[in-house]
Design a binder for this molecule. Structure first.
Ligand SMILES: Nc1ncnc2c1ncn2[C@@H]1O[C@H](COP(=O)(O)OP(=O)(O)OP(=O)(O)O)[C@@H](O)[C@H]1O
Ligand SMILES: [Mg+2]
Length: 414
């Protein structure tokens, strides 16, 4: 489940008319013009305007309510995969060719998101999801298989993502959920970055607007895929630099200039990506009121440490057990810091973030293959604060580094 509802950002611009159609919204904050046309898309057809056009032009199946009822065994409570603002998500089974409901355990597994009749998100988000995911296809976007629109019922049918959301893996404290390893965290970051870079590319020209750990889903191999396009927007067209919108999203993830002005650009997504990268590095939530005062807001708390190569130990997740290549961790922290630049123009483009993260992975692979046969952690290049204390300053494993040695303790305080 995502952040609590109190964390969702409401519309703040009184100059826009409140969302009038669709299902009831606690916020009254839907946008009046969610589906402006975009003539500059390359491989994605221009965004249709009417609901009929969206549904007809989508490349997905229209399910009946009865089919989805059968596929999920009448929306059995024990098949709930999770809950969000839209409603509950159920596990179900369909034939992989015909998509007809099948017996549990046979055919293909699906995830069925069912709009809560008295929920906070409504018809417009449902339609936005069909609009975008019905047209866009990429290995790092979750696949929308179909939808159901019947009377008051609104449902979405997705490919099943075996490992659920990144949020569950990072923050759910349970004996069955192992902390993610460093390599998996970096793999997830790269996959999610590729998904965002694709959305920002000329092929799609979409601003995602709700990038957060609960919207990053993981398949069995920890491939990351973005879900939830309910708040997505067409990017600016012509010579416009931004899209003016109501302020929507999730507290803790939204870029400061977007919160202040309602001006939305792809750099707003880059900021949100920086927040999630920081969550991956630290294992801490973007907003956590259970932390001591001064640590509630992850970005505010971590920023001074990220800026100092000597202090990033304070940020890095202690559950990593110091099992990460130090130089890579410092570079990843620097990427997060750049994405979190207060000035949007100082943030990198997502394509640059992808290249930087790819470089980190390649460096790691090269490093690991150079070390083939070396088992000792003292030679591994992986950080072990207690061992590294005994080494000479500026040396990690067999490699020289050009910055001062970090503290021997992850809890080092300057
Ligand atoms: N395709 C899927 N495969 C497997 N599990 C899924 C899938 N989609 C969603 N889930 C599970 O359901 C949960 C709820 O998802 P949902 O998108 O409705 O809400 P959320 O992202 O947690 O919150 P919000 O409504 O703020 O976006 C997810 O966290 C995830 O655990
Ligand atoms: Mg979600």
């Amino acid at each position: 489940m995502g952040n609590c509802w109190g964390a969702k950002i409401k519309a703040e611009s009184p100059s826009h008319s409140a969302f009038a159609s669709g299902t009831n919204s606690k916020y009254g904050s839907r946008e009046g013009k969610a589906f402006s046309s975009s003539s500059s898309k390359v491989s994605v057809p221009p965004t249709p305007r009417s609901e009929d056009e969206i549904l007809q032009s989508s490349n997905v199946k229209s399910f009946t309510f009865s089919e989805l009822k059968t596929a999920t065994r009448n929306f059995r409570p024990d098949s709930v995969l999770g809950e969000g603002g839209f409603g509950s998500v159920f596990k179900g089974w369909v034939d992989e060719h015909t998509f007809a409901p099948t017996k549990p355990g046979t055919g293909m597994v699906i995830a069925v998101k069912k709009l809560n009749q008295d929920g906070h998100q409504g018809h417009r988000e449902w339609l936005a999801e069909v609009n975008y995911l019905g047209q866009l296809s990429h290995p790092n976007l979750v696949r929308l298989i179909g939808y159901c629109l019947e009377d008051e019922q609104r449902l979405l049918v997705y490919e099943f993502m075996q490992r659920g959301s990144l949020e569950n893996h990072l923050f759910r404290r349970s004996s069955t959920v192992q902390p993610l390893s460093w390599n998996i965290r970096m793999r997830v970051a790269l996959g999610a970055a590729k998904g965002l870079a694709f959305l920002h590319s000329d092929k799609a020209k979409v601003i995602y607007r709700d990038f957060k750990a609960s919207n990053v889903l993981l398949d069995s191999n920890y491939n990351a895929k973005l879900s939830d396009f309910g708040l997505a927007k067409d990017g600016p067209t012509g010579d416009k630099s931004h899209v003016s919108t109501r302020v929507m999203g999730t507290h803790g993830y939204a870029a400061p200039e977007y919160l202040a002005t309602g001006h939305l650009t792809t750099k707003s997504d880059v900021y949100s990506f920086g927040v999630v990268l920081l969550e991956l590095l630290s294992g801490r939530r973007a907003l956590d009121r259970n932390r001591p005062i001064g640590e509630h807001n992850l970005v505010e708390w971590a920023r001074p440490f990220l800026a100092s190569k000597r202090k990033i130990f304070r940020v890095l997740d202690t559950r990593l057990g110091a099992q990460y290549p130090l130089a890579t961790a410092q570079k990843a922290s620097f990427i997060a810091l750049q994405c979190l630049s207060t000035e949007a123009r100082h943030r990198p483009a997502m394509a640059q973030v992808v290249s930087a993260l790819e470089e980190l992975q390649n460096a790691e692979v090269t490093d690991q293959s150079l070390r083939t046969g070396q088992n000792s952690s003292s030679q591994s290049g992986y950080s072990n604060p207690h061992r590294s204390r005994r080494r000479s300053a500026g040396e990690i494993g067999n490699r020289k580094v050009a910055y001062p040695r970090p503290s021997a303790s992850p809890l080092y305080i300057d």
